[in-house]
Design a protein around this ligand. Sequence first.
Ligand code: NAD
Length: 362
Amino acid sequence: MSVVVNSDKVKYTDNFIETKYTYQYNKARKNGDVVEVTPISENLVLKTSKKVPKLGVMLVGWGGNNGSTFTAAVIANKLGLTWPTKKGVQQANWYGSLTQAATVALGDDVFVPFSKLLPMVHPDDIVIGGWDISSANLAESMERAQVLEPMLQQQLKPHMQTLKPKPSVYIPEFIAANQISKSNVVDDMVNSNDILYKPGEKPDHVVVIKYVPYVGDSKRALDEYTSEILMGGLNTLVIHNTCEDSLLATPIMLDLIILGELFTRIKIKRETSSDDEYTSFHPVLSVLSYLCKAPLVPKGTPVVNALNKQRACIENVIKACIGLPPENNMTLEHKLPFLMAENSKLDGEPLPKRIKMQNGQH
Ligand SMILES: NC(=O)c1ccc[n+]([C@@H]2O[C@H](COP(=O)([O-])OP(=O)(O)OC[C@H]3O[C@@H](n4cnc5c(N)ncnc54)[C@H](O)[C@@H]3O)[C@@H](O)[C@H]2O)c1
C-alpha cells in the first residue's frame, strides 16, 4: 500500500517528496485587558528524502529488561515467531507502537497505517548493539528479565546468545535516574487556565515508588487523582494498572528510533529561500515529546505535556510533508448542504448509498 497525494503543491521525484506548505499559527500578546492575536502564515517547502538508510541503534544498558526485550521483539517480529500460551497461539506483534500499530485518517473513512505516510525504516532492518556493565549475553539477560513467555525465550535463545554488550563504565546516576516526580506533566495545563489556578498555584502531588522484587518487570501503578468540581464538590479518580513495564517501553523505543531517523531526512526552508537554505529540525527533537516521560525541548521553548497535542504534533508534521493539512475536525463537508452535494458528486455515488456504506450496513 502506498499513499499518493493529488495536489500541484506536492512533487514526487526519485529521491524526494517535496511539498509547498502554508504553516499557520497565531501570536497572542496581553495588553492590559486586551489580548491581541495575530494570525501568521509561513510559506514553507518541506523536502523529505525517500532514501531509507541502513539503521543501527546502540543502547546504553543493552542487557537490562528494556534492552533485552527490545532486541527480542525485533527478532521475534522479524522471524514471525509464534508460541503456545494457555490462551492459545500468540504471534509476535508490535502492539503499542505508533509507527507499526496505529493508523491515520486521510479523509472520510479511509485510514492508512502510520508507517505508510512517508518512507520509514522497517523494524526488521534495525541492527542493534550497545553497552552494559554486565557482561551477560542477551539470551541470559532476557532470561533474567522474566518478561517473555518461556516458549518464546526458547526460540529466541540461539539468536540472542551470540549478542554481547560492549563493556561500559559504571555511572551510579544512570541506574533508575528517571524515578522522579511527575508533577511537571501538568504544568502546561495549570499555566493555561488562570480561571481555575491562581498564579504560581501547583497541584498537591506525592509520588511513592517501591521496588518489589517478587513482581519483577510486572509493575503496579496506583494513581489517585482528586479534583474540585462545581461548588466545591470533589471528584476522585483511582486507576490501578498492572503490566510488564518493558512490554510498554519496547514499542516506544522502536518509535523513537524510527521517527528519530525519519526526522533527520526532513529538510525545511521558506518558499522564498534558496535551496542551500534548507534546514533540519533543531537537534533537540521536541516533536518526539509524545514518546518521552519528561520531554526535552530547545532552550526557551515551551514544553508540551498534553498527550493528545504531542501525538497530533507528530501526525501533523508528517502529514505536512506530504502536503496534507492538520486534522481540524470541522468536517464542514458533512455539515454544509452545498459542500455535501459537491462531495457526493466527487465520489460519483448518490448520497444515500454512501451514508448506508458508512453505517456499515453494506
Ligand atoms: N515508563 C518508563 O518511562 C520506563 C519504563 C521502563 C524503563 N524505564 C527506564 O529505562 C531504563 C532502563 O530500564 P530497564 O527496565 O531496562 O532497567 P534494568 O535495570 O533492567 O537495566 C538497566 C541496565 O543498565 C545497565 N547499566 C547500569 N549502569 C550502566 C552503565 N554505566 N553503563 C552501561 N550500562 C549500565 C545495568 O547493568 C542493566 O543491565 C531505566 O532508567 C528505567 O527506569 C522507563
